[in-house]
Design a protein around this ligand. Structure first.
Ligand code: DUT
Ligand code: MG
Length: 242
């Protein structure tokens, strides 16, 4: 029984250590299955912390984290984590073949499945240009690939794992326009039918989010859709102007 990916936070607080300030303060939101939630805010604002409560890397101090209406603590941990995918430029790549990197987390995938996922992730073409195609060995941490290529390998992997919830840690690294276009296309493909959390450093990736949470020091200081937030002339607008 696959989860549908409806994520709810009710008045969640998080504190890493007894004497620390709260890393998250009274966070509430409701992301129905298949919607896109944007998280934006300065470094240390709490964006990653929110996603780590879903995977139960940490427990909230107060409040509830629910998936499909059920507390995450009631889920089998493995089943829960199988349903939550991560894509970032720092995604783990291993010194093995491209093929096995894409199938990581899904060792029974056939080569046809792997190629289909790579095509959807806009990775097929550059893979074919490599010395041994899908059998090309990658170096340590994906050495031999550009940041944009690593990202598309990570997207192909996520497509194959097929999680209900997807977390995108949008990296800031500069890529050329053609690569940017391909990455956008690949992201659109992987986001289809999944609840997606976009942790953004650039506002451009949030334009189509169903809701955006603007975080400051662990608290939500503003929320809404892109246009609405720009009209507000508040913190979001100030980030936009940078
Ligand atoms: N924090 C800890 N211990 C941890 C992780 C984070 O004390 O293991 C603190 C650092 C920060 C707050 O929690 O004050 C929120 O950190 P988080 O990593 O969630 O912030 P971010 O918004 O993801 O920052 P960045 O943009 O740098 O990734
Ligand atoms: Mg972070």
């Amino acid at each position: 029984n696959k989860i549908s990916g409806h994520v709810t936070f009710n008045n969640v607080t998080l504190q890493y250590e007894e004497d620390d300030d709260q890393a998250l303060k009274d966070i509430s939101f409701d992301a129905p299955a298949g919607t896109v939630l944007g998280l934006i805010g300065a470094t240390g604002a709490g964006k990653t912390s929110i996603t780590q409560l879903m995977t139960r890397f940490y427990e909230p101090k107060q409040g509830d984290v629910l998936i499909d209406g059920k507390p995450v603590s009631d889920y089998n941990l493995k089943a829960l984590r199988r349903n939550i995918g991560f894509v970032s430029q720092e995604s783990f790549l291993f010194s093995t073949t491209i093929k096995d990197n894409i199938a990581y987390g899904n060792p029974n995938a056939s080569i046809d499945d792997i190629i289909a996922a790579a095509k959807r992730a806009q990775a097929h073409e550059f893979i074919l240009e490599m010395p041994n195609g899908y059998d090309t060995m990658l170096g340590e941490r994906g050495m031999g690939l550009s940041g944009g290529q690593k990202q598309r390998i990570a997207i192909a992997r996520a497509i194959l794992i097929d999680p209900s919830i997807l977390i995108l840690d949008d990296a800031t690294s500069a890529v050329d326009m053609e690569t940017e276009f391909k990455i956008q296309k690949a992201l659109k493909e992987v986001m289809k039918n999944r609840t997606t959390f976009i942790i953004a450093h650039r506002i451009s990736s949030l334009k189509h989010a169903d809701e955006i949470l603007v975080l400051e020091d662990g608290a939500i200081v503003e929320r809404g859709k892109h246009e609405q937030l720009l009209d507000n002339g508040g913190p979001y607008q100030r980030i936009y102007d940078i």
